[in-house]
Design a protein around this ligand. Structure first.
Ligand code: 5GP
Ligand code: MN
Length: 320
């Protein structure tokens, strides 16, 4: 990693105008890791564009420093693009290949689509990879960057609960606190600004929970009708699947959501099942414990569930 971090930094130093981009439908890690580089590059007198092709952006992340700088328009010309937290080129949502691309990520399914690929599947968040890159190159992290890196770490570890959490993660978090992060402020911004519409949606979605495979699998459904009735928006569905996984007997939780493009599936596992295998099979990707895909075409919930039940039997086999 050290060599890659240095090689990437040489490229960054050479570039005048830099685009920082993250995957469509961004989460805390996507926006946090890309925004964390904004103050760093500004300090180096670079021309910086922070880009995400999704509109509107999730407003629960609006407290991130420089959130209002994020644009959905690419500049006409630029020297270098850095992608964050994005497992495949198509998830950037852009058509044209950039002049040079540094791909920084921690997804095990990353397709290495960059000219330089810095992929660390052991990292708890892409922001932790960014942190390591900055440290390796002796760069000071100011409070604005630290808040972004820390927020991404919190959101991608489920508030420091997942297997990816180790001594390095806490050392990184402690250092970020020394850089000015207030953990209680970030926690309040992330978790104490809920919407009533989201809670109403949860109530409807929870009503659809179906257990199968001896209680090891739980399905939960979100229909367009539920969204309309409750006034919920897409991001309100983000953590439903995590709370369904919390059922004691459940190893894998699956959310199925009706989207314009098809049926979006979100998969989460608890102890042993590798759900990234299923997501990849359906053209998506992700991590061992959290993955997703969108099934386009003539599908309904029951057809998708039946297909997934077969796949799930495979990944649940022989494990305990
Ligand atoms: P979620 O289920 O919350 O949408 O996503 C869980 C994880 O899987 C995230 O790390 C996300 O980046 C990844 N993921 C979700 N949907 C897709 C997809 O369609 N393609 C790819 N490559 N990754 C996805
Ligand atoms: Mn991530």
């Amino acid at each position: 990693m050290t060599e890659l971090f240095k090689k990437a930094w040489e490229r960054i130093k050479e570039a005048d105008s830099i685009v920082l981009i993250s995957h469509i439908n961004p989460d805390g890690d996507a926006l946090g890791s890309s925004l964390s580089m904004y103050p760093v590059l500004k300090n180096m007198s670079k021309k910086v564009t922070v880009c995400n092709l999704t509109k509107p952006l999730p407003d629960y992340l609006d407290f991130l420093p420089n959130f209002n700088k994020v644009t959905n328009k690419l500049p006409k010309s630029y020297d270098l693009m850095i992608s964050f937290d994005c497992g495949s080129f198509d998830r950037l949502g852009i058509e044209e290949k950039p002049p040079f691309l540094i791909n920084i990520d921690h997804h095990i399914s990353n397709t290495e689509y960059g000219d330089i690929n810095i992929i660390d599947p052991k990292a708890a968040s892409t922001s932790q990879v960014v942190y390591n890159m900055l440290k390796t190159n002796g760069i000071d992290i100011n409070e604005e960057s630290a808040v972004c890196i820390y927020t991404a770490l919190v959101t991608d570890t489920g508030s420091f609960q997942y297997e990816s959490v180790n001594d390095k993660v806490f050392e990184c978090a402690a250092d970020l606190v020394r850089c000015g992060v207030k953990p209680d402020y970030v926690a309040k911004m992330l978790f104490q600004r809920d919407r009533l519409s989201r809670l109403r949606l949860l109530a409807k979605a929870y009503d659809t929970i179906e257990l199968c495979c001896d209680g090891k699998v739980a399905f939960v459904e979100v229909t367009k009708e539920m969204m309309e009735i409750t006034g919920a928006i897409k991001e309100d569905t983000d953590t439903i699947v995590n709370s369904v996984r919390a059922i004691a007997s459940v190893e894998v939780a699956v959310m199925l959501r009706e989207d314009d493009e098809g049926i979006k599936i979100s998969l989460r596992s608890k102890n042993y099942a590798d759900v990234s295998k299923i997501a990849v099979k359906y053209g998506g990707g992700g991590h061992i414990r959290a993955a997703g895909a969108t099934l386009k075409g003539e599908f309904d919930f029951s057809k998708v569930k039946n297909m997934l039940k077969e796949d799930l039997k495979e990944i649940l086999k022989g494990e305990e």
